[in-house]
Design a protein around this ligand. Structure first.
Ligand code: NAD
Length: 249
């Protein structure tokens, strides 16, 4: 039996990487998905990959008016919402001594503030039995050089989840965090100037991961499906760490 029959889902950052893999799995499990991303060409490609039961909304999670447009589209087309996955995010590597106020605000504006308002603006549309998943990072548990602002935004998500879970429990909505380790998506290459540097970074992450490899987007999609579906019906406020053991062993 499909796990998400007749469910309506929003996935931000749904045109690439973990978000795209989750959106695809959701549709395979019977859901209708709305994916939001900034680039029209990437959204069109993602729509073709997902194949059916998908609406694309072009927008930036750092802009609250774009989030309003996203949820206006959900309301107009489907009337209500069951699942929200906040996967939009980015990394700009920068040593602490080099961090500028602009870098700080951009990182927090997208990764933390963007995810926060993605949830806040979804809540009025959400039905009882709903599930919200924030895509954080195992880095919120680590002190990796050049990732100070990024890791702190992801620690903020882990904290947001606890409070949202408490605030929404009486409405029958669960809220959980996913903390991926190093996953093979475009976000890694985006941090380096050359493909060679990106490959070296992937090899480095594999070498420090107890399972001996970096993860795949679909492995995160399966974890997100668990949190989004009734399979996790007794979990709220948790941090599901899916990191090949990097923070645990
Ligand atoms: P990705 O780059 O493939 O996907 C991220 C998506 O978010 C992209 O489509 C990007 O365009 C979108 N995005 C970025 N800023 C946005 C904005 N302001 N508004 C709307 N969309 C925006 O990378 P991914 O690995 O799939 O990343 C998904 C999430 O997983 C991110 O939040 C990331 O921090 C987190 N994460 C990734 C890894 C990893 O190693 N890949 C590890 C831990 C956590």
């Amino acid at each position: 039996m499909s796990k998400l029959n007749n469910k309506v889902a929003v996935v931000t950052g749904g045109s690439s990487g973990i978000g795209l893999a989750a959106a695809k799995r959701f549709v395979e499990e019977g859901a209708y998905v709305f994916i939001m991303g900034r680039r029209a060409d990437e959204l069109a490609k993602a729509k073709a990959v997902i194949g059916k039961n998908v609406t694309t909304v072009q927008g930036d999670v750092a802009k609250l008016e774009d989030l309003d447009r996203l949820y206006a589209a959900v309301k107009a087309e489907k009337g209500a919402l069951d699942i929200v996955v906040a996967s939009a995010g980015f990394v700009e590597r920068m040593a602490g001594e080099q961090v500028t106020p602009e870098h700080f605000d951009k990182t927090f504006g997208t990764n933390a503030r963007g995810a926060y308002f993605t949830v806040q603006k979804a809540v009025p549309l959400m039905r009882k039995g709903g599930s919200i998943v924030l895509v954080s990072s195992a880095l919120h548990l680590k002190g990796l050089p050049e990732h100070g602002t990024y890791a702190a935004t992801k620690a903020a998500l882990r904290s947001f989840v606890r409070t949202w879970a408490a605030e929404l429990k009486d409405r029958g909505i669960r809220v959980n965090n996913l903390s991926p380790g190093a996953i093979d998506t475009p976000i890694i290459a985006g941090q380096f100037k050359t493909a060679g540097e990106a490959d070296a970074a992937k090899a480095f992450f594999a070498s420090i991961t107890p399972l001996g490899r970096i993860g795949q987007s679909d492995e995160m999609a399966k974890a997100i499906l668990f949190l989004a579906s009734d399979d996790s019906s007794y979990s709220t406020g948790i941090d599901l760490v899916a990191d090949g053991g990097i923070t645990q062993l």
